[in-house]
Design a protein around this ligand. Structure first.
Ligand SMILES: *[C@@H]1O[C@H](CO)[C@@H](O)[C@H](O)[C@H]1NC(C)=O
Ligand SMILES: *[C@@H]1O[C@H](CO)[C@@H](O)[C@H](O)[C@H]1NC(C)=O
Length: 412
């Protein structure tokens, strides 16, 4: 499978970790509340306090005790906050630590603008951004930022991806030169869309497979095969199952105004290629989980975007005509799904379409949850098909798929 199964897998794993963390957090909180209360109980019920205050146990002794208790509460609260920070991973990169590479320090350093405050934006400093979760992978990050400035970059694209999948997104910039591969034999669009991509113009370094044939054989989707069975080429073009909408039909639902869009987790860019023939420009988000997907998409003359679905989409509000995906973070806590859906809603323009394409629901409950969530947005349901497919791997059980085309309407 393509990039996304990996991404989603990782996402889910992290959500699982988060829930483990939150129960750990609950335990810590419970423990802290109990100890604080027990301490207070002890302080007020221990013999010298339970008896009537004798003349020498005067008010200042009691107030001393009270302030001791308050200090104890204060310190447990601080400890708790620290634990919460660590468990949730909201650390910040402390560049004063000894193991931080110089290049990272230099990159993160804020510098005052040479001409003072910028009158248009009001900013006074040049800042650099890096994912806050990078602090949780400092060892890997240090490895990533350890290179000779101006020299060749280490051959470490898998390290970069590992960091991104751990939430270190965006990565810091580097001052090194990446390996170059001559891109020979690129053809013009639209010819390039379905022409075989030569293995020689892709970088297979760091991957198990060293060519497309191996990759296609290992991944039954044959997603780097643009000629072979032609199956992918017919997707969205020739009628198949009732869950498979045709590109032309969906574009017609949009009343002709569908020109630019975003395919979240679009593997090797087939959707963008089908749409390109219809003069619709699609940006495909993908990582390079086990093959150079981004390069492959680019070689087809399509636009790859190297981000996970976990970060805020790099588009301004209300600009896209279409958002297409078959993968959301299924099985994740509903809040995670909400953050994703709200961001999809944010980037869609009024009248724009959200095309949920053969979305696999792990169970009926997850389908209901998603349905409730989608309905909250008050989109016009232009298409809504729930289909079941026999599960070939697990005997007997059928799988539930949801396909929908939803139109964003004006909210007052
Ligand atoms: C109260 O107790 C403190 C210390 O035990 C002592 O210094 C102080 O003189 C006492 N005051 C009265 C009014 O007894
Ligand atoms: C796409 O645009 C080209 C050039 O403007 C035009 O010739 C062609 O008919 C268009 N294709 C579709 C499907 O609209």
């Amino acid at each position: 499978m393509g990039s996304v199964s990996l991404k989603i897998g990782d996402g889910t794993a992290r959500f699982k970790r988060a829930s483990v963390c939150s129960s750990a957090l609950n335990l810590v909180m419970l423990f802290s509340v109990l100890t604080t209360n027990l301490f207070a109980l002890y302080a007020f019920t221990s013999p010298q306090h339970s008896t009537r205050p004798s003349p020498h146990k005067n008010i200042s002794v009691i107030s001393e005790h009270v302030s001791l208790i308050l200090r104890e509460i204060d310190s447990s609260q601080r400890k708790l906050a620290q634990m919460e920070k660590e468990l949730l991973g909201f650390e910040i990169i402390d560049t004063s630590k000894p193991n931080v590479p110089t290049e990272l320090k230099l990159f993160l350093q804020n510098n005052p603008l040479p001409l003072g405050k910028d009158s248009k934006t009001g900013i006074t400093e040049m800042v650099s951004s890096v994912g806050h979760s990078c602090a949780g992978s400092m060892e890997l990050l240090a490895q990533y930022m350890n290179y000779k400035p101006g020299g060749p970059c280490p051959d470490d694209s898998s390290l970069a991806q590992k960091l991104i999948l751990r939430g270190c997104e965006p990565l810091p910039r580097r001052r090194c030169l990446t390996k170059t591969i001559p891109k020979v034999g690129l053809s013009r669009s639209p010819l390039s869309l379905w022409e075989p991509v030569s293995d020689k113009i892709l970088s297979w370094s760091g991957f198990g497979c060293k060519n497309s044939a191996c990759h296609n054989a290992k991944n039954s989707g044959a997603d780097f095969d643009l000629v072979g069975n032609g199956y992918e080429k017919q997707k969205w073009v020739k009628p198949r199952g009732k869950n498979d909408f045709l590109a032309d039909d969906v574009l017609a639902l949009g009343g002709g105004g569908i020109r630019i869009g975003f395919d979240i987790g679009g593997d090797s860019g087939h959707f963008a290629a089908v749409m390109a023939v219809k003069n619709v420009t699609i940006i495909t988000s993908t990582l390079n989980p086990n093959a150079p997907y981004s390069e492959f998409i680019a070689a087809r003359g399509l636009f790859p975007l190297f981000i996970t679905p976990n970060q805020r989409f790099p588009f301004s509000d209300g600009v896209l005509d279409l958002v297409h995906t078959s993968k959301l973070s299924d099985g994740a806590p509903v809040e995670k799904l909400e953050f994703l859906m709200f961001d999809i809603d944010r980037v869609l323009r009024v009248g724009g379409l959200f095309w949920l394409d053969n979305y696999y629901c792990v169970d009926d409950e997850s389908k209901k949850t998603l349905t409730r969530l989608i309905e909250k947005f008050g989109y016009k349901k232009l298409r809504w098909v729930v289909g079941e497919k026999a599960d070939s791997s697990r005997s007997g059980k059928s799988q539930v798929y949801l396909s929908a085309v939803l139109q964003k309407s004006v909210r007052l």
